[in-house]
Design a protein around this ligand. Structure first.
Ligand SMILES: [Zn+2]
Length: 276
């Protein structure tokens, strides 16, 4: 699944490649998939997207917005898979979205796991669940240390919440998913189950700084190594914490890395560096 670093990279690459291009054809999936959500039927989508021009895209959390003028916006959200630029005149065999431009280049999206592919009249996308009232993601100008500490205080006031819960649940920190959360918790030396109320001020600040550093580092490196970019190239951010390191010595302390199931996913962690 794409997280903030991969989406920022894809958005930049789309802006370098597609802005100003006129869409000659657009088609929704020919490959049935239970967990791809569309808001239009195939015929309406084809009719509305045709003749539009691509404008600069942008990202909020785990959502990629591609305005197409006049008046519409393509929204790709909470998705994983391959969003690929096709420089030659070719139509892929299987796709969930395929858009062709007037010079016969095209773009395809093949969803893995799940994802949202929607087209809205510009402005209407802001009323959509998960986009409406989205909190600032870690790249937003309002994502400051003060804001972050306030969020932690308000979550503590609401009840029990762990570090992993803060990072991955309820879009509290949009754009961070299970993968980046594991990296952040390891680098910040915080156990996934540590309760927010038990975090010292210095640990809260360290968590804030680690989120920023880790996200920016992954963006610099073009996203995680296990995802591919718009040109089908893997990112260069090598994950410290993934299933392949389970049982192997921690790069910091040498203790065997462990894994557990927690809050809807596997969590890989070091029991010594990340004490409960
Ligand atoms: Zn360790």
């Amino acid at each position: 699944m794409f997280e903030l670093p991969e989406l920022i990279n894809l958005s930049k690459q789309i802006n370098d490649t597609l802005v100003g291009k006129k869409i000659t054809r657009g088609e929704l999936g020919n490959s049935p998939h239970k967990f791809v959500w569309y808001n239009l039927d195939h015929a309406d989508f084809a009719k509305l997207i045709r003749g539009k021009t691509v404008k600069p895209s942008y990202v909020k959390g785990r959502w990629l917005f591609i305005p197409v003028d006049p008046g519409y916006i393509l929204v790709l959200g909470e998705f994983g898979g391959k969003l690929t630029y096709l420089p030659d005149h070719e139509k892929p065999e299987k796709y969930h979205l395929w858009i062709e431009f007037e010079n016969l280049t095209s773009m395809s999206l093949v969803i893995q796991m799940w994802g949202v592919i929607e087209l809205y009249k510009k402005g209407k996308e802001l009323e959509r669940q998960h986009i409406k009232n989205m909190r600032p993601d870690p790249l937003h100008k309002d994502f400051t240390e003060k804001y972050f500490l306030k969020i932690i205080d308000s979550l503590i006031a609401e009840g029990k919440r762990s570090v992993k819960g803060l990072l991955t649940q309820d879009q509290i920190l949009p754009g961070i998913g299970n993968s980046m959360a594991q990296e952040i918790m390891f680098i910040a030396r915080l156990h996934p189950k540590r309760e927010l109320k038990d975090l010292k001020k210095s640990e809260r600040v360290r968590l804030f700084e680690t989120i920023n550093q880790t996200i920016h580092n992954a963006i610099q490196l073009g996203g995680r190594q296990d995802e591919v970019d718009f040109f089908n190239q893997p990112g260069q951010y090598k994950r410290l914490m993934n299933s392949r390191v389970v049982g192997k010595p921690c790069s910091v302390c040498g203790a065997p890395i462990q894994k557990m199931q927690y809050l809807g996913g596997t969590c890989v962690y070091c029991p010594i560096c990340q004490k409960l």
